[in-house]
Design a protein around this ligand. Structure first.
Ligand code: NAD
Length: 475
């Protein structure tokens, strides 16, 4: 083991000590070679692989995440990110020559990719491993030292993450601090050089306020209400299956889960039936006993979903599909709501669970207006075979990312930037986009021969005035 594991909710003195050690190491880390960084990434993956079973048990205990989904959505995602970064890191780290333009004749200019310094990564619980390690991979690749704060709600997984990190890194390179709001609040008061936060928009604002005091740059990977829009060219059965899968994976606790669906009025009842069949096909039998169907993270969160459903029903919504839920057991049955009132609370906040409002529309302009009257979503999903409709919706509605004829899966790409806009976030992760978040692009200019600029210094004689005038016209 390279370091000892800190107790959960460590004292302020311990956290300050860790921060100082990371800060002292950061200039050395900044100068590390691509080879060194790749070696660290390899060691990280090797340890994750050795702890695969422990990760699965921890996530099962935390929220009954099926082992297959730990493999697919946590371990594989991290493996693929490391592979992607390793292949390209040398290229990303290389200084890039840029043109100086005519005004800077006789000079050379280039951009150096330099680590920002000490980074803080705060993660949520819904993908408790990949949302810690994916930004960590980017920070290591960029040459930062890192303090990680996993979510306290998935405490078992956070414990295994702390052990993995302790086995791979000395404490002055990467450290894990476990704890809740109080711990995070103290960490935010320390003068980090970059804060990478994944979580809710409410806490994102707290992080941004804290960052403004240092000041330091932030990446905010937040959430929101991601809409799905279908037109009548979308094949009913296939579309319903993709949406049902995207909504019920992780029991709807995905930042880009379909939050609500717009369907042409003529298709509404057939679509709801298709959605219902798809949900039953994916998760057959008694759902509370189906090991493929996940639990909600906490009883209070499950109760919030039941309250949202009850509120919608009290305002006229119809439960088109549902079943008995048990908040104490953190179990919420998949639920489809139709005939929703715009006043229903479920249309105001991120659902983040297996409850899906379906809204019938007559005119696509109504849909555009309705989505645009809310904060910019993290994802937009369009199901249509018509390019004209797809382009119209992409042009008219802003979102962090978008998927056409599928949902959620775009998150797995290492090539696409992943991030929000406005209420859904600032900055982007994944692949080179993640690397860039932890990197300062330092512009360097070198005067090589006596340049024209020297001629243009005061005093401004009439001939210089003439030269300036000519330059302005010609350049
Ligand atoms: P959260 O904002 O409650 O917590 C996230 C992290 O912030 C946790 O580590 C928590 O300990 C810490 N935290 C909580 N309150 C804090 C405070 N007052 N000060 C400082 N730190 C604090 O989010 P959550 O419930 O863990 O996750 C759900 C949210 O995260 C949803 O909104 C979801 O959409 C979003 N999310 C976004 C992404 C993305 O990539 N954009 C991914 C996953 C989840």
């Amino acid at each position: 083991m390279s370091q000892t594991i800190l107790p959960v909710s460590p004292s302020v003195e311990l956290m300050n000590g860790i921060f100082d050690a990371l800060q002292q190491q950061s200039s050395k880390q900044r100068m590390s070679s691509a080879r060194d960084r790749i070696r660290r990434l390899d060691a990280l993956y090797k340890e994750i692989w050795c702890r695969r079973d422990d990760l699965k048990s921890a996530m099962w205990e935390d929220f009954r995440k099926p082992g297959q989904e730990v493999d697919l959505t946590e371990i594989f995602v991290v493996k693929s990110e490391i592979k992607f970064v390793k292949k390209r890191l040398r290229k990303w780290m290389k200084p890039r020559r840029v043109s100086g333009g005519l005004a800077l004749l006789g000079s050379a200019s280039w951009v150096r990719s330099e680590a920002k310094g000490v980074a803080l990564i705060i993660a949520p619980w819904n993908y408790p491993m990949q949302l810690v390690f994916r930004p960590l991979i980017a920070a290591i690749a960029a040459g930062c030292t890192v303090l990680l704060k996993p979510s306290e709600l998935t405490g078992k997984t956070a414990g295994v993450i702390a052990e993995i990190v302790a086995a791979v890194f000395p404490e002055n390179e990467v450290s894990v601090v476990q704890g809740g709001v109080e711990t995070a609040t103290h960490l935010l008061s320390l003068p980090f050089n970059h804060m990478y936060f994944t979580g809710s928009p409410e806490v994102g604002k707290i992080v941004m306020r804290a960052a403004a005091q240092h000041p330091c740059s932030v990446t905010l990977e937040l959430g929101g209400k991601s809409p799905v829009i279908l037109d009548d060219s979308a094949p009913l059965k296939a579309t319903a299956k993709k949406i049902a899968w995207a909504k019920l994976a992780n029991a709807g606790q995905i930042c880009v889960a379909p939050d609500y669906i717009f369907v042409p009025r003529s298709m509404e009842s057939d679509f709801v039936e298709a959605l219902k069949s798809a949900m039953m096909e994916l998760y057959p039998g008694v759902l509370a006993e189906n090991p493929d169907y996940q639990r909600i993270i906490k009883g209070e969160h499950a109760q919030r979903l039941l309250d949202l459903t009850e509120d919608a029903v009290s305002k006229g919504a119809k439960v088109s599909y549902g079943g008995a839920s048990d908040a104490e057991d953190c179990f919420v049955h998949p639920t489809i709501l139709s005939d929703l009132s715009p006043e229903a609370q479920i249309m105001q906040e991120e659902v983040f669970g297996p409850v899906l409002p379906v809204i019938a529309y007559d005119d696509i302009q109504e849909v555009i207006h309705s989505v645009n009257s809310r904060p910019v979503p993290l994802a937009l999903y369009i199901y249509s075979k018509r390019n004209r409709v797809v382009n119209q919706l992409l042009d008219a509605i802003q979102s962090g990312g978008a998927s056409i004829n599928n949902s959620v899966i775009h998150v797995s790409s290492n090539h696409l930037p992943f991030g929000g806009l406005g209420n859904s976030g600032i900055g982007s992760g994944h692949g080179q986009h993640g690397f860039n978040e932890f990197t300062h692009m330092r512009g360097v200019y070198e005067q090589r021969v006596r340049g024209a600029v020297a001629l243009l210094m005061p005093p401004y004689r009439p001939w210089k005035t003439k030269v300036i005038d000519r330059l302005l016209r010609w350049l």
